[in-house]
Design a protein around this ligand. Sequence first.
Ligand code: NDP
Length: 419
Amino acid sequence: MGRVLVIGCGGVASVAIQKCCQNSAVFEELMIASRTKAKCDALKEKLDGKTKTKITTAQVNADNQEEVEALIKSYQPDLVMNIALPYQDLTIMEACLACKVNYMDTANYEPENIEEPKWHATYEKRCREAGFSAYFDYSWQWAYQKRFEEAGITALLGSGFDPGVTQAYCAYALKHEFDEIETIDILDCNGGDHGYAFATNFNPEINLREVSAPGSYWENGHWVEIPAMSIKRQYNFDQVGQKDMYLLHHEEIESLAKNIPNVKRIRFFMTFGQSYLDHMRCLEDVGMLSTTPICYEGREIVPIQFLKALLPDPASLGPRTKGKTNIGCIFTGKKDGKDKTYYLYNVCDHQECYREVGSQAISYTTGVPAMIGAMMLLTGTWNRAGVYTVEEFDPDPYMEALNKWGLPWQESHAPVLVE
Ligand code: NDP
């Protein structure tokens, strides 16, 4: 049915690509292109002979729009899946626009260099006006709405688990369970243990930037910002057990606040163990999370990039990680004039993911929805020109695909609420 260019070949991309290859009727041809071509070739070798999908590989620096454009022109894909890093979102979107090809990604834009003056001025203004200070936000990509509409192509933003599946859950709850949703609590629990004192489950640089940022939530039409990790709750997660979780800023809050009518409050909580928090605080205190280059022995290095080189590659955690993830949304609201509560979630087992695709559950729970989002666009199931997040489309085919492709959801009509 379609030909897809995948950019990036890290932890998440390798799951997404393997899931595409299980779905060859939709993903007939695939080009894997990334900065390090050897990784693309190794994955192709692993898949050759086990799939009907025709795979080719290429080297590309996706920071360079012309390079991406040239690759798109030569391969002529129906869709570009950006599973590199958020830093590349805008160059790849520009290239897609120039070539009139559909686009999708798994994380919203943030710049690699947060000191860059033009970006920084816009950022300062957004902090003042919007009231949250995370480095990532949707404004950069929403700004493409008109140009994508006029070009007659679609950009699907953030089709991972969170963002991604969590927004499909919200759209589903609104369509089938509520007349009006009043509050949404998104709970992201990783009950897995990889045996290291400190490691991140996805790209360390992106992960550490996210969790060290001030927390914020949406309440009564505006953002409330709090110091990082200053709101803590406990929750007893199905199949995982009791965990400490902390309120974080998270990108889907921004789009859900816009797209779920009259929602009063949206919060996002993530579980962290004490060892992770202690290490992170210490690394932050000594300056290892800084993105500002320093001069070391005559050479410029960026502390967080140096740290990334020291930490275990998230893609290598698969064989070591045991336990389960439980990610979902708890809703309160009204149905037929009565108060109602509802919980939609997925439980995913790290070792089962490893057996299937050689990855831990964080890459798996992101890579599967990336494949599903791509499938929605390739099959024309989601077909609207412009720039959209997952909750703006009909959730039913996406929810059905989650059950079919490895992330079945569960529901509870009497969940314990988070205070
Ligand atoms: P990795 O670091 O494992 O992989 C990133 C890949 O992108 C690598 O193959 C890397 O190449 C490649 N890459 C980086 N820069 C460039 C460039 N300039 N040009 C071409 N390729 C490049 O990251 P993950 O797989 O963990 O994460 C991928 C994305 O998924 C990120 O955007 C992350 O934020 C997002 N994510 C989303 C989640 C969700 O639920 N929505 C959850 C987890 C992650 P190289 O091999 O050379 O380093």
